[in-house]
Design a protein around this ligand. Sequence first.
Ligand SMILES: [Zn+2]
Length: 707
Amino acid sequence: MVKPTIILACIGLLLFSCSKKPEERPLETVVANPFFEEWETPFGVPPFEQIKEEHYMPTFHEGMKHQKLEIEAIVNNSDPPTFENTAEALDRTGDLLTKVKNVFNNLTSAHTNTELQKIEAEVKPLLAKHNDDINLNENLFRRIKAVYNQRETLNLNPEQSMLLEKTYKEFVRGGANLSEEKKARFREINEELSVLSVKFDKNVLDETNAFELVIEKEEDLAGLPQSVIAAASEAAKERGYEGKWVITLHKPSFIPFLQYSKKRNLREKVFKAFANLCNNDNEFDNKKIISRIAALRTERAQLLGHKTHADFILEENMAKNADEVYAFLEQIWKPALAKAKEEARELQAMIHKEGTDFKLQPWDWWFYAEKVKKAKYDLDDTTLRPYFKLENVRQGAFEVANKLWGITFHELEDMPKYHDDVKVLEVRDADGFHIGILYVDYFPRASKQGGAWMNAYRKQSHRNGKDIRPVIVNVGNFTKPTADTPSLISFDHALTLFHEFGHALHGLLSDCTYEKLSGTDVPRDFVELPSQIMENWASAPEVIKSYARHYETGEPIPDELLEKIKKSSHFNQGFGTVEYLASSFLDMDWHTLAEATEVDCTEFEITAMEKIGLIPEIIPRWRSTYFGHIFAGGYSSGYYSYIWAEVLDSDAFEAFKETSLFDKETAQSFRENILERGGTEDPMTLYLRFRGAKPKIEPLLKKRGLL
Ligand SMILES: [Zn+2]
């Protein structure tokens, strides 16, 4: 996933320095607050060690104040509005705010604490209001509109045209055309939504951290591989249960537990705790928050003249409306559900074969899937993990990028960091040119949200003849090393690492003028193309062989195991596709509500799942109460994007298969037409330029064994 930066107007970072106008802010902040200084760190990365909690609020206030002054200057310009003095000028406001937001938003996801959570709750509504103040500034909109109306005669290049169009649309979508009365309501909605999404996220994090399954008796470890036991023992130590074992609701902890624990009652306990996150009618419950968010989103969409929130969101995407998304999902749902039912029968047969006769339940799926896999393909996760040492997988990803584009990665010591687990790398082009900085932060901790993502501390842009190079981060929740074993990750997590690295490349290789259009600032259903295409290399036999080496012997993964991976690649795809699609339908259902009234969350989800005929042995990958992508992140009406982009990435990867996996010309075309271009042109235009034809769905269905 990509963490979206929801910013109206942001560009560049270091060019504007508040120190030029010290008289505009309180004296004590001049000396002490690093956000008010030029960063003298290597490559201008954030000076994490110097940034303290107390620096954020004054900077947010000052940043907002400053952007207001900059906007006033645009509005009060006595010259007639032009592209340069209005659209471009607006794009170059708010540097200080961007500077603080980039650090703050990254840390509240990757390394938060109660103090940051408090600031977040305080600042999000202020930022929402600030954003509305800009979008609803009539005089500013009048100027933008004037430029927009003359766009045909302005001789703009494609990037400038896109900036103008995007800016104009943002104003319209931000309520600029509304009556005074409706504007007031629009503002109220945005403020309330910003409060609700922060609360939602906080509840998920807090309830995740509140759960622990403490195992006291050794017999309750039955079935668990040594690595899982060791990790559980470390987790126990961290939580003050020396000599015991703890399973948490972080995926690297509970998924292996579900795969291997022979204790069915404990599997049920852990599974239910996860499946009911924030659905326990306690202080962390998200049900009312969700109903309220959905109702407010519908109301806001309708204020803007759309029928539903999905219509409002999708007009900006490659898929243009809800019908198109539903039709697309249906196409995959039918074969996927049929496959999942077949898989359920196989798992049930395995249960019977073992002489037991209970009915397969969701907390059994992982466990018996592992057994069937072992029986059918003689393959299990524990045999594979020793070949997937985290550092080797990471190196494998770097080598793919090196072979495709000649870029190289150089680890830097003594760089500012926000946590000891973080590593910092400089990325250089084939000719030595400094491309950017990549932070990697791979291990779970209580201060981090679940999942994996890419984000930016500084985005690429060109300004005043200067090429501002990006600072990108990849965050994950992979298996932590223990006292005597390095981090050995699952093959799935190896794919995730490559995936996030693909997003990172999109951010790093960006070559755009405006920050607003650079890197991963592209339509939601296009953004997963650069990430997912990397997964194809991760699983290509010739690539795997180079990075999957036994962590003790250094032996490359044997052909026999590779053959097994290949043979089993369709295994459990019915389950994976169904649990994913179920969440996609759920997302679409929440956002196609035509009435702005609060509905009962539990009932709603039941109805949504009945409608598609989801089988009781599978639950959606994310149930509503912890579906952060859509209720706290930027994926509302957009969770379908992953599989939409899989159509693109499967089709795009065919271009390499048709030539060779490391074909220089194809790689260069992918770089120039996709990775460097950000959101400067319509995604389908970019895609056609690379591929010469529209993407076909067949390579995806084939890849998942659904054809
Ligand atoms: Zn992604």
